[in-house]
Design a protein around this ligand. Structure first.
Ligand SMILES: [Zn+2]
Length: 80
């Protein structure tokens, strides 16, 4: 919660505009929040992207699934 610079009304954190007078609000704070958000997102996006890519490849390349299956089988044999 912060205060509007124009009318000094309470403005919810993360709000782009003052709900009381409609003035643009907290540009610096919003930019900081967005920056913090963007710092986290790319890592998760890359993981999801890689997983999606692997699933996509395995769906269109049957031999890839066979290789993965063979690998898991040999791992089972190793543990035995
Ligand atoms: Zn205001």
């Amino acid at each position: 919660m912060s205060t509007c610079a124009s009318c000094r009304a309470d403005v919810p954190a993360g709000a782009s505009f003052c709900p009381s007078c409609g003035a643009q609000h907290g540009q610096g704070a919003s930019t900081t929040d967005l920056k913090a958000l963007l710092d986290r997102v790319p890592i998760a996006n890359r993981v999801v992207g890689v997983v999606t890519l692997l699933v996509f490849i395995s769906m269109f390349l049957p031999w890839y699934s066979a290789t993965v299956y063979g690998l898991s089988v040999s791992i089972d044999g190793y543990h035995r």
